[in-house]
Ligand binder design. Sequence first.
Ligand code: NI
Length: 176
Amino acid sequence: MKVNKDTGILEISKFGEEVLKVKAADLTVIDERIARMVELMRQTMYLANGVGLAAPQIGESLQLAVVDITQGEDPEAFTVLINPQIDESFGSEPGTEGCLSIPGFSMEVNRSTEIRVTAIDLDGNELEYDLEGFEARVFQHEIDHLNGYLIIDRVSPLKRQMIKREIKRMERTGKW
Ligand code: NI
């Protein structure tokens, strides 16, 4: 992870960076470094107006993500996911999603409507989450990051081509 000297928050990896394309490694030790990383991820997510942030997005290929669909409004809503697994999933529905690693773009993505997730929290407890709707969508988005998938991998080939072309254009002009 890299802290931006101007903003004091973490630099977010963007589409095109290798770390976003690979399956992240299981987290085996939850130590002081991980606790600090989680705190910086929490602050970065809130300042970026995100509802979730995965470790690969801050350049760390680890099975770790933070989620808060209330964006800090409900202090109890903040969730740390370590080595999360989707154990069960039901249904499918489209919905619009953005991603801090693909700034400026939003796209329609199909997600399961109901999921059961198990994950370890910062204290090392294994917890089970039964989720539906938007919250289920956000968890699936973050778990996708931990497996090397982005929303751009979940849209039609035609749409993907269009977005990639647009990003290439932005890269050429130094806007990416
Ligand atoms: Ni994302």
